[in-house]
Every structure is written in structure tokens, then in C-alpha cells.
Design a protein around this ligand. Sequence first.
Ligand code: GLA
Length: 752
Amino acid sequence: MVALLSKAGKTMRNLKGISVGIVLAGSVIGMAQSPASYDETAKVFRLDGGDVTYAFGVNARGELQQLYWGGRLASTDRVGPAVPAREWASFDSSYTTTPQEYAAWGAGLFVEPALKVTFADGNRDLVLHYDHHETASDGFDIVLKDIKRQVFVTLHYIIDPVSGILARSATIENREAQPVTIEQAAAAALELPAGQYTLDYLTGRWAGEWTLTQEELHPGERVIESRRGSTGHQANPWFAIQAGDRPDEDAGEVWFGALAWSGSWRITVEKDQLDAVRVTAGFNPFDFGYVLHPGESLETPVFYGGYSAHGLGGASRLLQHYEVAHILPHRVGSGEDAAPKARPVIYNSWEATEFNVNEQGQIALAEKAAALGVDRFVMDDGWFGQRKNDHAGLGDWYVNPQKFPHGLKPLIDKVHALGMDFGLWVEPEMVNPDSDLYRQHPDWVLNFPGRPRSEQRNQLVLNLARQDVRDYVFGFLDKLLTENDIAFLKWDYNRNWSEPGWDQLPPAEQKKVYVAFTRNLYSILDELKKKHPKVEIESCSGGGGRVDLGILRYADEVWPSDNTDPFDRLTQQDGFTYAYTPQIMMAWVTDSPHWLNKRSTSLTYRMLSSMQGSLGIGANITKWSDEETATAKRLIAAYHQVQKTIVQGDLYRLISPRDGSEFSATQTVNRDKSQSVVFAFIHSTQEGRGFPLLKLKGLDPTSDYVLTPIEGALKTGSPTTASGAYWMNHGMEMGENFHGDFQAAAFRLDRK
Ligand code: GLA
């Protein structure tokens, strides 16, 4: 690998499996078949992958200028050279609306900068021009340099030849003799041509994550961000922009992207005075200040960008498959063997017991879970320290001797004897003031000396940026995993930052906490994975507060929401899948009426809602009747048979629950089109209306498929075997009795 590329450790690690060979700059002119090619005459860099071409060039001023991002061009097409744009109605050509690949704030730049710095002498002007580059088979490293000073920025580009998804990041290096303070650093900026667009992004709150928000893009800047120290429930670092004045699931051009960062982040979507659109994503510049000492460098997170000509559905299918192929952890083995496996069906004790866990109670739940066909038993909060409720114990990671007098071993052995593996809840980055850890190390938390330490859920945030705190957290987790046969950790994180001081550092350096905390989190996860390669991890943060492509390099799955109401989950799951694969979308069946909405639903409805993702059970199953037990057992067995299709297939959101109609439906088709699974839900029928005809998608029109109900029935007289063309053109007609409130049906289609 090109030396500079290998510096961007994360960038490269994520794009494993792509053959890489060094190609000398300038020697690949005309070889547009290769994913990365450089036209030396025109000074144009071109990346081709999947159905996408991305091109940029060096203009006469020396700026790196974006030229094209969209549908794939022919290999014989030449992209013309970069010509700087002038500011509208300005007679001074140094004012510019040129779409720069990575604009620093300096000269006459008025759009969102990718980089903004202050030098030790007070100078704040930074103008980056092309210096040199290196080419790899799947990307480039482009080195930019300030026109006067020794500040270098290396832009890393890697394109996935299958999906055309581009991974971009930057490394900023100070070769000056004095420190430079970075006040704003993006991973990348991506530009769309002038036009009319709609913007999609995900918003929410605790127990209400994953709302797909759609709006017309107006002039000005739309800011999507977290200032909370972590990813956050309120917005998620993902966006999609669609050409035209209304979103479309199936057709039309969509540009989309996601930022791989679990700390404070920001994505700005800016429509300028000439209607061009620029998306800039990276560290949140709010309260940011990273001092780069001479010789030091800062690496940004990776910003992934993709393009689809097949609407929002096409965009999400590309991103979902990319996540499974390139982001999620690949385990021992290689190729298909190492690829992320369908998740074990889990049982989790939280909603059944809350903090009242003990050996006997957990064993009773485990026995029942095993009888249902569950694969993994997870004990949630309450097993450690003096943890009776959320007021005490966080930080004291020893097994509570009153609840587990013989340690965890008897429970773990029992779980294994029942044929399941064992998982455990932890919240490593937090501490309750009522804990031995805090009494011993009150200085280990984020705080400003002499100021209040605001608590949320009665807890404070450990300053993971500190090496001693990092080592403590790694140490207790390593010990826990070494001493106990644990297959899985549910890694929770239940509050946002406040008073984010790091008082061991000089005042000017303290804001480094925004980068160092998250990097240390990643380094702990990385080291744990290396030492305990089989252990799987779920990222949870009071529900879906830490779901992003950064944590997903280490986490095998996520907890999307504390809201397990099966009806609410339909909309949440719909929103979630715009950005993330159902593979990681854990969904538990819990008790009815639901604690949040007090809504009563049948077990079948709850099961089918959860079966749209990675199924789990979180109810108090010791109280289930024989009939409920039999229903759950039957549906878990049916789910096991089709799970891979559901979680790793091509997802089609046939009828979205978002549009407020009485109905919703999804369909997934596996990659070789041999199997498909359809879910249909009725929220509440009105005026006797029947379920709409479901025209399926993505099947092979010429193959015959046999339809088998998992739950429910088709209309009397409907064929059970018909061609893909029939199911897609004629469609599926739901049974006459499919009416009422909170009804659900599911079907599988298997190629004959
Ligand atoms: C958070 C999680 C829940 C549960 C509790 C335990 O709220 O999201 O699933 O683990 O913490 O305290």
C-alpha cells in the first residue's frame, strides 16, 4: 500500500479485501477500467466503482476542485479539466465559489471550510494548494500544502469497486516550528451540482429514535449535529439528498453519506447563492480546539459517500451491503466464513427483572428461554457492585456477592448446559458518585474544577481520554472476559457529556478530549477484540444513542431504542434501515400492554414486528402461558430458517408506516434471488378497507417461487406457486380476514 494511505489506519482497515497495488502517478492515463486513474494532461483524478464515477482535478490556481459525482461514465469518456469558478458578480477572481475538495478558511472563502486553524503568531489564513499525490489501485492520496507555511493535508480516497461508495478522510500535519490550533476539521466535503433537491436525515429522542425527516433543500445551511460528546439520539450522522422536489423510494438520483465518528460530530448541507449543494462532515467545530505541536498530525474520521440512481431504496440497499461487507467486524476465518453472521436469537432479562437479578431468577429465565429456541442468554444491568437501582454501583465491576454468592460461573455453566451462550451488560465509561471507584478517584471524571458536576441518571462520565482511566476500563473488561466464558457484551452508555474538562492538561490543550475520548474508546474495543476474538459486542446508549459507522467497526449489533412497543418499532425500524442494515437492528419481543404506550398487542404481532430485524425476547417469559410459549417457539423456529434473507438480503420498503396509512409492508430478497420474505402489518383498518395488493420487487421474473405462510393467509384461490413475474406484476392478495387492529402476517417465497 502507498505509504501515505497506510498512515490512515482506519481508512485502510475498513476497506480490506480490495486488491491494492502501487501505480506510479501519471502512468494510468486511459485505463479507466482501473478504479483509480489519473489524467496527467488534464490533471484530472477519476474514481470508478459500481455504477458511480467521481472526478476532481487541479485547477490553474492550484486548488483541488470537484468535477463530477454521479452515474458511471464510459471508460472512454474524458472529464474536462478543472476551471475555477468566480464569485457571482464579483470582479475579483480570488473570491471563489469553486467547489473545492477540501477548502481551508483563508483568502476569499465564504462557504463552509473543511479546515480552519490559528497559528501561534495569530495568523488565521490558510490556503491549501495541490502539492503531489500517490495512486493506489482503488484510490489516491492527494497531498495539499499551504501556499506559505509548512502545513500539509493528505486527502485519502478509496472507492469500493462493487458499490461505488467512496471513503474519504484527511490527515493534517504540522511541520512548522510552532504549534497550530485546529478549530475545525472535516473528513471531507462533497459537492452536488446546482439543482432542486430534497434532504433526508434521521432525528429523534430517547425512546423515539429514527424519525426520517424529509424537507426541501433551501438556500442557506442545514446543520445536523451532536454536541453531546457522543453520537446522540437527536440526530444521526447520515444524510441522503435526492434530486427533485419530492423523495422517492424507487426512482431518481440519490447522493448519500455517513460519518464514522462516535464523538461530537457535524454534517452541514449548504445550498449556496448559485444553488450548488455542498455537504461537509467531520468533527463538530463547536468547542473544538486541537493543538498540533510541531511534527504532530491529526487524522479525521472517515466520511463515506455513495450514489444511486434507484431512489432512496436503492441508496439504502447499497449502504446496507457495504456495511456488512466492509464496516462490521469480520471474525475468525476468511471470506464468507469471516463475514458477519446472522445474529443469535437472544433473550435479555432487562424488562423482566430490571435490577433484581440473582442466580436463581436468571436460571429460571434461562431454562424457559432455552425451551423457546433462544441461542444466547444475556443478563442485563444489576449484577455488579452495590447495584440495586441506578443510584449506585457503576464503576465497581465485581460480581455482587449477595445476588451471586458463587460468582457468575453457576449461571454461565447452566446457560451453556441449556445449549445457549452467555452475554452480559456493562457500562464501562460511567461511574455513580456512590461507588468505590468514585470515592477512590474523584478526579477521573469529566469536570471543570470548582464547578458543579451535573449528573444524569445519577452518573458521571469517566474521562476516557486519560491513559489511566483507559487502562482501568480495559483492565476490568479484559479480566471479566478472561475469568468468565462470556460470548457477548451489551456495552451501554447512558448519558451525554456536561462540563467536559480535562484538568490534567494545560488549558489550551484540554479540548483534545473531544478526539482523545472517542479514540481511546475505539482502542479499548480494538484491543479487546484482538485479545478475545470471539466476543461480540452490542452498542447501546440508552437505546440508539451510539449508532454510527465508527462504532460499527467494533460492534456486531446495536440496540436501536429502549422503546420496544411493536407498533412504534415499525416506524423506528423503517427509519433505521435508511442508514443501517437490519443485520445489526436488534428487536426484542416484550410484554403487553407495553410499559410506554400502555398498548396491548398479540404475541404474534409483537413477534412479527421484531422478526423484521435481529430477533430477541425481552419479556418475562416465566409468566407466559403454554399457548404463548408454543407461538413463540414456532415463530422462532420459522425465523431461524429465513433469518439470513431478512437481515442480509435486499430490503424493499413496500409500504412505509411513516405515511400514516393503516398498512405497512416490507420485503427482503436474498442476494441470489432464491428466497424472499414478506411482512405485512395492519395498524387499524378503517371503513372496511382491505390490505392493498402487494406487488413484490427484486425477484427473478422467470423463476417460479413457492409461497408459504409463516403467519396469516393469502386470499382464497390465490396461487401458492407462481413466477417472479406474477408476484411482481400481479402481486400478492392478502386473505379476506386480514382486518382489524394491530394485525400481522408474514410469508416466505422459495425458488422452485
Ligand atoms: C439502558 C439500556 C437498557 C437497559 C438499561 C439498564 O437504558 O438502553 O436496555 O440495559 O440501560 O440500566
